[in-house]
Ligand binder design. Sequence first.
Ligand code: SAH
Length: 221
Amino acid sequence: MNSALHGIGMTSQRTRTRMIERLREQGIADERVLAAMAAVPRHIFVEEALASRAYEDTALPLGFQQTISQPYVVARMIELLIKGRELGKTLEVGAGCGYQAAVLAMLTKELYAVERIDALLARARKNLAQLRLGNVRLKHADGSLGLPAAAPFDTIIVAAAATSVPPALVEQLSPGGRMMLPLGASAIDGQALCLLQRNDSGIVETRYDAVRFVPLVAGVE
Ligand code: SAH
């Protein structure tokens, strides 16, 4: 690995280890999730000017009015999805520049990630190539329609807030499958993490933490 990947000072492995310690203090306990987050150099996903803040527990701007998700929220969503099982074939909606996709790629053999903004997808591609993650398939698409060609999915994770659950995503969930999405009218009215599980009897929905995500937007650009 080259030095940019390794990081120095505020982007070093030591800084990343402190991020993991903070996640533990915040209640993240799944060792698989913590190991995956310890392995991904978050600083390569943020703009160079912000690299020194990459391991703070905060969302950071990506450009295009989008943000790279906060470490705690990434960990929390994945922990709830993986609890007592494996992720299996996974779809991420809203790849942004690929940070969460990299974490997910450490935890599953088969990851599909879709992003509606082409310029961000290009950045995700470049970032994930640097990490030599060969098991991520990136697609430029409106993820509220899911990815019918690759469905069904054991896990679906949505990184942008919907006002209601997109029906196509529910349809593309395998039996026993789980979907995590931020659900709520607006950032002001409040959103909550919402876990949906497909059981024999139908869909079971559970609400978790209050969150603030950018909106899920239809169409591509
Ligand atoms: N997963 C990213 C978070 C990026 S922010 C991370 O690891 O940091 C959410 C992303 O969702 C934005 O890049 C936004 O463009 C994208 N998005 C919003 N609506 C979408 C849609 N319908 N289909 C695909 N991507 C969408």
